[in-house]
Design a binder for this molecule. Structure first.
Ligand SMILES: Cc1cc2nc3c(=O)[nH]c(=O)nc-3n(C[C@H](O)[C@H](O)[C@H](O)COP(=O)(O)O)c2cc1C
Length: 344
């Protein structure tokens, strides 16, 4: 299973009873990896795509937002991430998620947000591994599908306890572990430390996924060799580039990336999918950040900024459809493949 390089990221791997088609996974990102985004990343060829974090208690209490996050969309493998602080809610939510068609449940023990950690969920669970294990055990015992875990290196530099958590999680029946190479107290500052992820590799036999700051094939190579991981997970690098996991897995040429990057129809179909999913009024607002990320990947002259602003503030779908291709036509190929970070 070990010594994977970016050359072999295109090969399948097993997560318990499930086979992932390749080793480049789209990260869960609240407010980003909703059904429309996951559908796109999956269609392009990501190995797996993970839902936004679903709060277990809120799900069981029937919060509509959580039901939306739980939805599968058009992916044939459905990975749902659950978060929580109480074993009972995690078990109930896990069962409901399985009954709803999930193929994998991922437990969130990495979220650094204050509103999450002050509720003792997300990465706060790394401060009390005994308690964290009650959640893991309850989730694993509640379902038949594989349960995986996503976490960080530890709470802070003085408590890098990911290896202990990982080992205990493996004994409790977890089937794959993803490590974001930062501590909770780092939030998103500094650089992910892929080397420190190796300490987890050394103590588990499970599939290990390295995460944090992987944006190019070269990053994936270094992250894999430093960590000894079996797969990579890609988050922010996929902003405006939903094909990035597929590209990093080796399933797509640079030319294909360039053609997607310069094709207004991709941004517009994503936009339209968001309008269908959320309804026009909410969808048009939520789609703006994605349009902005697509536009950031273009090389545009200064004179394009007015047009960009017009698109980003418009509430008129046909105007957006008319103007986006005009903006893309202003793109000039400066010789760099911005969508992958690699030189063309
Ligand atoms: C906007 C945003 C939302 C996120 N939401 C989640 C989440 O719901 N669950 C989770 O486990 N991690 C979440 N993360 C963390 C990412 O999954 C990932 O671990 C982190 O961004 C590092 O990877 P990257 O450098 O490739 O982005 C989020 C990150 C961002 C930027």
């Amino acid at each position: 299973m070990h010594e994977i390089s970016s050359q072999s990221l295109g090969t399948p791997f097993s997560i318990g009873s499930l086979e992932a088609r390749n080793r480049a996974i789209l990260a869960p990102m609240s407010g980003v990896t909703d059904v429309p985004f996951r559908n796109l990343a999956w269609q392009f060829g990501a190995g797996l795509v993970v839902s936004e974090m679903v709060a277990s208690q809120a799900l069981m209490e029937g919060e509509a937002e959580m039901q939306l996050k739980l939805m599968q969309g058009e992916t044939s493998q459905h990975v749902v991430q659950l978060a929580g602080r109480e074993a009972e809610w995690m078990a109930l939510a896990a069962k409901m998620t399985e009954d709803n068609g999930a193929d994998i449940i991922d437990i969130n023990m990495g979220c650094p947000a204050k509103r999450v950690t002050t509720g003792y969920s997300g990465s706060a669970l790394m401060r009390d591994l005994d308690h964290a294990l009650t959640l893991i055990e309850a989730t694993v015992n509640a379902v038949k599908i594989p349960v995986t875990l996503k976490t960080r290196l530890g709470w802070d530099d003085n408590s890098l306890n990911a290896p202990e958590l990982a080992q205990r999680a493996e004994n409790a029946g977890i089937q794959m572990i993803t490590i974001h190479g930062r501590t909770r107290c780092q939030f998103y500052k500094g650089q992910a430390d892929w080397q420190k992820v190796k300490a987890v590799r050394d103590v588990i036999d499970l599939p290990l996924v390295v995460n944090g700051d992987i944006k190019t094939k070269a990053d994936a190579d270094v992250a894999l060799s430093k960590s000894g991981a079996d797969a990579v997970m890609i988050g922010r690098g996929a902003y405006g580039v939903p094909w990035l996991p597929a590209y990093i897995s080796g399933g797509m040429s640079e030319n294909e990336c360039t053609s997607y990057q310069t094709d207004p129809e991709i941004a517009l179909s994503h936009h339209d999918a968001m309008l269908s999913f959320y309804g026009e009024a909410s969808g048009i607002r939520q789609a703006r950040k994605h349009l902005g990320w697509y536009f950031d990947r273009l090389t545009l002259p200064k004179s394009a900024s007015l047009l960009k602003r017009k698109i980003m503030t418009s509430f008129d779908v046909s105007e957006i459809h008319a103007l986006v291709p005009v903006l893309y036509a202003m793109h000039s190929d400066a010789g760099t493949l911005a969508s992958t970070g690699e030189a063309a």
